[in-house]
Design a protein around this ligand. Structure first.
Ligand code: GLP
Length: 256
């Protein structure tokens, strides 16, 4: 895992943007996995303004609330379409996002996995992290080998993410999410975390043991995972100075 620590959120977003643009320059028909949440908004804004063409990019996403259709304002699909996909002119035929409003969630999950395979796998998966260590909606205790499937959400997560829906309703208790195993098959992972409320979980998943109690800790086993943090989210890391030194000096490798 490469750990990159930037001074603030703007720096984090700039670095994340450079990483995505480098992948896009390498492969214009990139298969890109998107994440929702507040953290990648700065990245999406920069990508929108970059002028790069996303016409050939194939898009997937991480997760979706059960019961919410694409036009529901709280759906992740609505979020991604309005904040990113529509503004960058994503081709409709290249977008396959999870649907939370289907009758058969298991069938949707199987179809989704098939679509990822059909696209040749995900080249770059963007990730955020929940304060409890979840990636996608893989809550603590999720199998580290799991595939796309329905999941039951924790009350804390619901309270945090669903504003306007009755918390007792069945539709708020479930989600569909890419599995940890599915995420791990992406060729490159780009995890973003910012703010002091993420410092404790960042310390756990970067420097703690690999455990299903912290699903993000599985990134330690990935061959190409980059974690971009701001100073606040990196504050609990024991080897913070070392990661900074590596980032500033890695260009020296191979130089005389
Ligand atoms: C949510 C989503 C994730 C997201 C994460 C972080 O619950 N399921 O896909 O990456 O939590 O959200 P935020 O960036 O708002 O902290």
């Amino acid at each position: 895992m490469e750990i990159v620590i930037r001074p603030d959120y703007d720096g984090l977003s700039d670095t994340a943007c450079s990483i995505v643009r480098a992948e896009l320059a390498r492969k214009p028909d990139l298969v890109l996995g998107l994440a929702t949440g507040r953290t990648p908004l700065g990245l999406y804004e920069r990508l929108r303004k970059s002028g790069d063409s996303f016409a050939k990019v194939r898009f997937f996403d991480l997760d979706e609330f059960y019961g919410l259709g694409p036009s529901h304002p709280d759906s992740f699909q609505h979020f991604l379409r309005t904040r990113f996909l529509d503004p960058v002119g994503a081709a409709p035929g290249n977008v396959r996002l999870l649907r939370g409003d289907v009758a058969d969630l298991e069938a949707e999950a199987r179809d989704y996995e098939e679509a990822i395979r059909g696209a040749g796998g995900i080249d770059l998966q963007i990730l955020g992290i929940g304060r409890n260590g979840h990636i996608g909606f893989n809550e603590p205790g999720s199998s580290l080998g799991s595939r796309t499937r329905p999941k039951t959400l924790t009350p804390e997560v619901l309270a945090h993410y669903v504003r306007d829906i009755d918390p007792l309703s069945r539709m708020t208790s479930f989600a569909l999410t890419m599995g940890v195993g599915t995420i791990m098959e992406a060729r490159k992972l780009l995890m973003l975390a910012c703010g002091p409320e993420k410092a404790d979980i960042v310390r756990q998943f970067v420097e703690g043991p690999i455990t299903a109690e912290v699903p993000a800790s599985m990134l330690q086993l990935h061959r190409s995972a980059v974690v971009v943090l701001d100073e606040a989210a990196a504050a609990g890391l024991k080897r913070r100075d070392y990661y900074k030194w590596v980032f500033e000096n890695k260009w020296r490798v191979g130089q005389k």
